[in-house]
Design a protein around this ligand. Structure first.
Ligand code: FPP
Length: 224
């Protein structure tokens, strides 16, 4: 059976769900947060060590200010109300992306990372203001500055996902088949699952089905 250490998810479809069922995109983000909590619990149940969630891309700044504000408020509330619970569950939170948000949100993110730093059950990488191309360029710049050789190992070591295994599974919900600048380097050999359901409708059983499917795949990494 294939080992499974890391699942990465593009949580797409909140806006469409919100418009369809509540006449508001933001209601979709709120419902999407409930799915985040359910998927975290299933990840723990499956004994998966790393979960990377794409919560805000560098391209998402193009959205209306009101929606961006709503998303960051949601995140602030989540951090304020849930960080102790995550900590009690031995979960480590790490932000990947550039933390250039409001002073309040930056502080909350730093505090959450610090508080959960030593936890070992599950590491959640929250991709916020994250873009894979700039992550790779920054890694290359660092190698050049440090006069290090450019090779796969050194490049991986200078990405924000350093020290963690590449995702074996990458899921995108919302019936769209693209990677949207997410983990382009790390997902080189990931099994990719495009899921028709919108993120707020994605259930624990859908996640379990993907995991079962992944475990049955013959992975040969280019050999036969
Ligand atoms: C993509 O759906 C989703 C986002 C840009 C935000 C993801 C945020 C959450 C799941 C909730 C907040 C999460 C945390 C961890 C606090 P979309 O808006 O692009 O959907 P659409 O394609 O239907 O427009």
């Amino acid at each position: 059976m294939n080992p499974l250490n890391h699942v990465a998810i593009i949580m797409d479809g909140n806006g469409r769900w919100g418009l369809k069922y509540k006449n508001s995109r933001n209601a979709g983000h709120q419902e999407g947060l409930k799915t985040v909590e359910k998927i975290i619990q299933e990840t723990i149940h499956q004994k998966i060590k790393y979960l990377t969630l794409y919560a805000f891309s560098t391209e998402n700044w193009k959205r209306p200010r009101k929606e961006i504000k709503y998303l960051f408020n949601l995140l602030e509330n989540f951090l304020i109300t849930k960080i102790d619970k995550l900590n009690d569950q031995n979960i480590k939170l790490k932000i990947i992306g550039i933390k250039n948000f409001s002073t309040k949100l930056n502080k909350l993110l730093n505090l959450a990372e610090k508080k959960t730093f030593k936890n070992t059950k599950l590491q959640i990488n929250l991709a916020l203001n994250y873009g894979s191309k700039s992550e790779i360029i920054n890694a290359l710049k660092k190698l050049k500055k440090d006069k290090k050789q450019i090779n796969e190992k050194n490049l991986s070591k200078n990405l924000q996902t350093r020290d963690i295994p590449d995702p074996e599974i990458l899921i995108r919900t919302g019936n769209t088949k693209r990677l949207s600048n997410f983990l382009l380097w790390q997902a080189a050999y990931s099994e990719i699952f495009f899921e028709k359901k919108l993120w707020p409708s994605f259930e624990r059983r859908d996640f379990k089905k993907i995991i079962r499917k992944y475990k049955s795949i013959k992975r040969n990494f280019g050999s036969i």
